[in-house]
Ligand binder design. Structure first.
Ligand SMILES: Cc1cc2nc3c(=O)[nH]c(=O)nc-3n(C[C@H](O)[C@H](O)[C@H](O)COP(=O)(O)OP(=O)(O)OC[C@H]3O[C@@H](n4cnc5c(N)ncnc54)[C@H](O)[C@@H]3O)c2cc1C
Length: 815
C-alpha cells in the first residue's frame, strides 16, 4: 500500500475534487498522454493521480530513443503519430521535450536481417512512412564512428530520433492542463472501490474521488494497482542497461548531431548523448525485477549495473563502433521497465469489469505513449478506437495468462527484442500452459504444436515426434510437403482436425433471440440451423464473423475466433439485457472436425442419427451423441469440403478421438493441422478473422455484406448503410512466385505505387498456386486485374481472382 510522502499538490493549487469523469492512476508518460488526449477531445473533467513526482516510475530514466518500426503495422502508425505529436505538446505546454529528429538506421549485417528490413520497407511503403535503403558507405557518411565493413545495407528512417523523457512526460501533463485537465502529485491511490452504480471511489491520503471511469497506468506498479481490484496483470518489470560514454572528440567537432541506430545482430541501440554516445542492449539472459511485486517505496532510483551481463554485447559494439573501445564509460544505467508477454502494450477496458481501463506493459513509452493516449481517449469517448488495436488490446489475454506465465513470457520477449522471429516460428517459453486431453496423442502422431491464447494446437503433422521440426525461415520449409499431404487427404478422402481453440459463447433466456438479432448483422437461424453473420461496431466496422446456432427458442451458441473470445465476452457483457444469460463456454467444449468426401461415411459409423444429405443438411446442427458421447454436431466446413464439427465436453474428447480414428481407418483418415486448413480456405477465397477480417474494415470492404439482413435494425446499421459502395475491397490473388509465399503485410503495387497490402496468404496446395488476400482500391478489384506484390524486396506478378479456384459453386460442401 503506498504511503503519502509529501502533502503539497505538485500539479496546481486546487484541492482534490470529490468527483471526476475519469481518474488516471499513474503519472508516467502513458498516464500523462491519456490525460492530455482525454482533455483535448473534450473530457476536461479528467484527473491524474501520481504517488510521487511525475516520471517516478520507468519514465525518467529511459534512453529516449524514438522510432516507428514495430511488428504490427497499426502500432507503427501510432508510433508515427506519437513522434509527430511532440512538437504540438511542446508548443502548447511551453515545456521542452528535447526533441532531436536526427533520423536513424537499422543495420543489416547478414542476409536474414536484410530480408527482415526488406519486409519492414514493404510495410512502410503502403503505410506511407518514409524509409529507404542506404549502402554501408552512406551509413559511414552519416555516422562516421560506425565501421561500415560489418554491414550489407541499412534501412534509413527520417522519423527516428531522441528526446528528453522527463521533458516529454511533463509536456504531456502541462498540455493536458492547458486543455483543462488536472493532475495531482504526491497523491497515491491507495484503494479502488466500485459502487453499485458502477462508478469508482479512488481513495488517497488526501481524500476520495468518485469517478465514472478509472485507468490503471501504474507502469512499474501496474500489478499492484491491479491487485487493489483483484486483477492479476501478466506484466513483468525487467532490468535494462545502457551506457553513457565520456566525451568523444569527433562528436564534439561534428557539425550535426549524429543519427541514432539499431544493430540487430549485435543487439545494440545507440545515439548521441551530449558529446558522447548512449549505447543500450537487451541482454541474452534477461533479469526479471521484483517478481513478487514492486515496492511502493521504490522511486527515482537506479539498480546496480551488472556489466558482466552485457559483456558479450559490448564486444560486438566495440567492433562495430571502434571508438567505444577508446573512451571511458561515464555512467552505466540499469533501470527497470515493464514488459508484457508479447512485448506489446495491454490497453483498453478490462473484460469482466465495468468502467475499469488499463494502459500497462508499454515497453516503449516514448515511441508509443502518444498513440496509446490517442487510442484510449477515442475508446473511452467514442466507444471504439479509430483503427484496429487488437495487437495492444488487453483482451488478448485471459485467465490463463497468469502472473507466472506473464513473467516467463515477458522475459522471453525482453530477450528477443532484437532477435528475429520468423513467420513460421513457434516460441519455446511458457508452453503447455493449456492442453487438451489429446495433446500427448497428437504429439505422438507427429504434430508440430503451437500456442494460441495459451492453448496448444497442431500446426502440421510429421511422420512422428522426431520428425516434427522445421527451421525458422521466410521461405517455404520442410513442412510444405507434409501440409500438401494433409490437404490431399482432405480433398480426396477425409481428414480430422482438433477444434478446441474456436470460441464458443452461449446465450439463453427469453430475450436471447432479440438480443442476438440486434447485435449481429446477419440472419438469426431457426432451431436446428446455423447461419454465418458479421458483427459490427456502431461505426460499421467488423467486430466478428461468427457462426450462430439455434438449439431452441431460448438457446443459442456463437462459434468464432478463439483469440477474440475475451474481447467478444467484453462486447456481449457491456449491455446485456436482464432476460439474457450469457457465458463464454469455450473451455467447456473441445472437439474435432471431419472434412472430406468420406467424412459422412466416418460419421455414419459413429452415430444413430440419419446423416444422409437429406437427413442432416448443410448448416444443420443438433445436440446429439457421436461415438457414445454427448456432442454438438454441426454440418459446416472451413475447408470447402463436406464436413462436420463435433464438439464435446473435454472429458469426452479422448473417447471421441479413439472412435473417430477407428471408424476412419478404412476411409484413409489423416490428421491435419492449422496450416492445411489455412491453405484450403485460401483456394476457397475465404477470409480469416484477425488477418483479413478486422475492425479496420467494414463488412462491404471485406465482402461480408452479403450476409447482412438489411431488413432489420442492428448495431452498426446506419454506418454500414453509408458505406455500401466502399473505396477498397478484399480480393483474392494468385501470385507468380518461386519457392516463396507471402507471410502477411506485404505491399500490393500497381504501376509502381503501393495501393494496398496483403492481409494473409500462403500456398494453396490442391490447386498448386501461391495465393494471397489483400485490400486494394475498388477500381483495381475486378477479376483479371494485374497487380504486383513485394516479397523480400522482389516484385512478383499477381492477378485478382473473380471466383474461388476450388469448387466455385460450393457444391462439395453441400453434397
Ligand atoms: C533503461 C531504460 C531505457 C529505456 N529506453 C527507452 C527508449 O529509448 N525509448 C522508449 O520509448 N522507451 C524506453 N524505455 C521504456 C519507457 O521508459 C517506458 O516504456 C515508459 O516509461 C512507461 O511509462 P508508464 O507511464 O507506463 O510507466 P511508469 O513510467 O513506470 O509510470 C508509472 C507511474 O505511476 C505511478 N503510480 C504507480 N502506482 C500509483 C498509485 N497507486 N497512485 C498514484 N500513482 C502511482 C508511479 O509513481 C509512476 O510515476 C526505457 C526504459 C528503461 C528503464
Amino acid at each position: 500500500m503506498p504511503e503519502i510522502q509529501k502533502s503539497e499538490n505538485g500539479g496546481g493549487a486546487k484541492a482534490l475534487p470529490s468527483h471526476a469523469k475519469v481518474v488516471i492512476i499513474g503519472g508516467g508518460v502513458v498516464g500523462c498522454s491519456i490525460l492530455f488526449h482525454l482533455a483535448k477531445f473534450g473530457w476536461k473533467d479528467a484527473v491524474l493521480l501520481e504517488r510521487d513526482e511525475l516520471t517516478s516510475g520507468s519514465s525518467w530514466h529511459a534512453a529516449g530513443q524514438i522510432h516507428t518500426i514495430s511488428s504490427d503495422p497499426n502500432i507503427s502508425r501510432l508510433q508515427g503519430y506519437t513522434i509527430d505529436l511532440y512538437k504540438e505538446i511542446e508548443e502548447l505546454s511551453g515545456h521542452s521535450v528535447g526533441l532531436h529528429m536526427t533520423g536513424g538506421f537499422y543495420l543489416a549485417s547478414n542476409k536474414t536481417w536484410y530480408d527482415y528490413l526488406k519486409r519492414e520497407r514493404s510495410k512502410a511503403r503502403y503505410m506511407g512512412l518514409s524509409q529507404e535503403f542506404i549502402s554501408p558507405q552512406e551509413v559511414a557518411d552519416r555516422h562516421p564512428l560506425i565501421d561500415p565493413k560489418h554491414y550489407i545495407a541499412a534501412l534509413w528512417d527520417d522519423q527516428d530520433g531522441d528526446l528528453d523523457p522527463s521533458g516529454a512526460t511533463y509536456a504531456f501533463a502541462k498540455a493536458a492542463k492547458v486543455h483543462g485537465a488536472q493532475y495531482f502529485t504526491h497523491t497515491p491511490a491507495t484503494k479502488t472501490i466500485q459502487r453499485a452504480d458502477g462508478s469508482w471511489d479512488v481513495h488517497t491520503p488526501r481524500g476520495t474521488i468518485n469517478a465514472e471511469h478509472i485507468v490503471n497506468c501504474g507502469g512499474l506498479w501496474a500489478r499492484e494497482v491491479g491487485h487493489m481490484q483483484g486483477l492479476n496483470i501478466p506484466v513483468q518489470p525487467m532490468e535494462h542497461h545502457y551506457l553513457l560514454t565520456e566525451k568523444i572528440q569527433a562528436i564534439a567537432d561534428a557539425p550535426n548531431r549524429l543519427p541514432c541506430g539499431i544493430d540487430y545482430e549485435a543487439n545494440i541501440y545507440f545515439r548521441q548523448e551530449r558529446d558522447g554516445l548512449l549505447l543500450g542492449t537487451y541482454e541474452q539472459r534477461g533479469t526479471p525485477w521484483k517478481v513478487g511485486g514492486t515496492p511502493w517505496d521504490f522511486g527515482h532510483e537506479l539498480l546496480q549495473p551488472n556489466l558482466e551481463q552485457i559483456a558479450d554485447r559490448l564486444e560486438f559494439a566495440f567492433e562495430r563502433i571502434p571508438v567505444l573501445g577508446e573512451v571511458g564509460i561515464r555512467q552505466a544505467i540499469n533501470g527497470p521497465f515493464t514488459f508484457g508477454p508479447d512485448g506489446n502494450p495491454m490497453i483498453g477496458p478490462v473484460p469482466g469489469m465495468t468502467n475499469y481501463w488499463c494502459a500497462v506493459g508499454v515497453m516503449a513509452g516514448f515511441c508509443q505513449g502518444g498513440g496509446v493516449g490517442l487510442t484510449m481517449a477515442e475508446w473511452m469517448i467514442d466507444g471504439e478506437p479509430s483503427i484496429d488495436v487488437w495487437a495492444m488490446d488487453v483482451a488478448r489475454f485471459g485467465d490463463w495468462a497468469t502472473p507466472d506465465w506473464g513473467t516467463v513470457k515477458s522475459t522471453e520477449n525482453y530477450e528477443r527484442r532484437f532477435v528475429m522471429t520468423f513467420p513460421n516460428e513457434t516460441l519455446p517459453k511458457g508452453r503447455l500452459q493449456k492442453t487438451t486431453a489429446i495433446y500427448d496423442h497428437l504429439v505422438a502422431k507427429g504434430a508440430r504444436m503451437d500456442q494460441s491464447s495459451g492453448l496448444e494446437h497442431a500446426l502440421w503433422f510429421a511422420n512422428g515426434p522426431d520428425d516434427a521440426h522445421e527451421a525458422p525461415s521466410f521461405e517455404r520449409n520442410r513442412s510444405h510437403d507434409y501440409v500438401a499431404r494433409e490437404v490431399a487427404s482432405v480433398r480426396a478422402d477425409v481428414g480430422v482436425i482438433e477444434v478446441a481453440n474456436f470460441a464458443k459463447h452461449e446465450f439463453k433466456g427469453p430475450g436471447a433471440r432479440a438480443y442476438l438479432d440486434r447485435i449481429l448483422a446477419g440472419f438469426i437461424p431457426k432451431p436446428g440451423r446455423v447461419t454465418l453473420t458479421p458483427m459490427l461496431t456502431e461505426k460499421g466496422k467488423l467486430y466478428g464473423d461468427l457462426t450462430v446456432a439455434c438449439y431452441g427458442a431460448e438457446h443459442f451458441m456463437l462459434f468464432g475466433s478463439g483469440t477474440m473470445q475475451e474481447a467478444h465476452r467484453r462486447w456481449f457483457e457491456r449491455d446485456l439485457p436482464a432476460d439474457v444469460h450469457y457465458r463464454n463456454v469455450s473451455e467447456d467444449w473441445h472437439g474435432l472436425a471431419l472434412s472430406g468426401p468420406k467424412s459422412r461415411a466416418v460419421l455414419a459409423e459413429l452415430t444413430r442419427e440419419d446423416v444422409s444429405a437429406a437427413g442432416f443438411a448443410f448448416r444443420d446442427t443438433k445436440m446429439t451423441y457421436v461415438a457414445g458421447v454427448p456432442v454438438i454436431l454441426t454440418r459446416i466446413s472451413f475447408s470447402g469440403e463436406l464436413g462436420y464439427e463435433i464438439y464435446c465436453k473435454p472429458q469426452y474428447l479422448r473417447r471421441l478421438t479413439e472412435a473417430v480414428e477407428l471408424a476412419g481407418a478404412d476411409q484413409g483418415l489423416r490428421w491435419y493441422g492449422a496450416r492445411a486448413l489455412m491453405s484450403m480456405r485460401l483456394e476457397k477465397g475465404w477470409g480469416a478473422w484477425g488477418l483479413d477480417f478486422r475492425p479496420d474494415f467494414t463488412a462491404a470492404e471485406a465482402g461480408l455484406d452479403g450476409f447482412i439482413n438489411w431488413n432489420k435494425e442492428f448495431v452498426g446499421k446506419t454506418a454500414a448503410q453509408a458505406v455500401r459502395q466502399p473505396a477498397k475491397r478484399l480480393v483474392t490473388l494468385t501470385l507468380e512466385v518461386e519457392g516463396i509465399d507471402v507471410s502477411n503485410d506485404e505491399a500490393i503495387l500497381h504501376n509502381g505505387a503501393a495501393v494496398g497490402y496483403i492481409s494473409s496468404g500462403g500456398y494453396a496446395h490442391h490447386v498448386g498456386r501461391s495465393m494471397a488476400m489483400g485490400y486494394v482500391p475498388t477500381q483495381l478489384s475486378a477479376g483479371g486485374q494485374r497487380l504486383e506484390v513485394e516479397i523480400l524486396g522482389h516484385m512478383y506478378s499477381a492477378e485478382v481472382q473473380s471466383a474461388p479456384l476450388y469448387d466455385p459453386e460450393g457444391l462439395k460442401m453441400r453434397s
